[in-house]
Design a binder for this molecule. Structure first.
Ligand SMILES: O=C(O)CCC(=O)C(=O)O
Length: 252
């Protein structure tokens, strides 16, 4: 019997929400340990991605996305090495916290959907599965889809894709995520110089406010955008693809 996860992958529902995925205590511990880390920094964003953040000051990140490296001309083998370093940093952070939000996500997929979530991989090496970032500035409409974001990389085998985010702070005013009823495909007119589209006029499928502890999964092949918020908007997030042979693979 198809689940709401199948429906989300097939783009038949807007999102799946768990209002209390992390407790206030878990969030407090995680934020205290995160913000004390030297790795929590303002990244150097590739030129093409800078259009995503029209209000300058780039977001703070722990880890950097696969697509960012791809755009910077880093090849998959080098990215896999970076992923190993990231995994070590994440292990340090989550050991200090006493829990691992990604392990909780894997458990959630297993318990709720009997689904086995594993990292995307190549030659027995794993992609790193998440980023932590403060997207308090406006993020322009953009979409994520492995076959377009990593041609010839392992994520090229993905046929359907979701984004997941666990929100950790209350962004006060603004900070809503808008999901458009508009899917990225080969014919979508894209500005070659910009990953995010400035004048984007498509119907809205769903818009949601973020609250601390909430987990939201949505189909990220739909264009989506974030409005500016008046306070930090920190989230842990990543991508999950379903391959031709129904495997669920995770990366970020
Ligand atoms: O933070 C959000 O609500 C969405 C972030 C985003 O663009 C994504 O997960 O692809």
């Amino acid at each position: 019997m198809p689940t709401n996860l199948d429906a989300l992958f097939a783009n038949k529902i807007a999102c799946i929400v768990e209002d209390v995925f992390l407790s206030p205590e878990q969030i407090n511990i995680f934020l205290a340990k995160l913000t004390a880390m030297p790795d929590w920094y303002e990244p150097k964003i590739p030129k093409k991605l800078q259009h995503l953040f029209p209000i300058k000051d780039f977001p703070k990140h722990l880890f950097y996305t696969q697509y960012g490296f791809y755009e910077d001309g880093v090849d998959e083998a080098a990215y896999l090495k970076i992923s190993q370093d990231y995994a070590e940093t994440w292990k340090r952070l989550t050991t200090a916290c006493g829990f691992d939000p990604f392990v909780l996500l894997v458990d959630y997929f297993k318990k709720k959907y009997q689904a086995n979530l594993q990292p995307a991989h190549k030659n027995q090496q794993n992609y790193f599965t998440l980023v932590v970032r403060d997207l308090a500035k406006e993020v322009l409409p953009h979409a994520d889809f492995g076959p377009y974001d990593g041609k010839e990389w392992a994520i090229n085998q993905v046929e359907q894709q979701l984004a997941w985010n666990i929100y950790l702070t209350a962004p006060q005013q603004g900070g809503e995520t808008t999901i458009y009823d508009y899917v990225w495909d080969e014919n979508t007119p894209i500005d070659e110089n910009s990953y995010g589209i400035q004048q984007f006029n498509q119907p809205v499928k769903h818009r949601f406010k973020v609250t601390p502890g909430k987990l939201v999964l949505f189909n990220c092949r739909n264009f989506h955008a974030i409005s500016e918020s008046s306070a930090p908007r920190i989230a842990i997030g990543g991508l999950i693809g379903k391959t031709k042979d129904q495997q669920l693979i995770a990366w970020a």
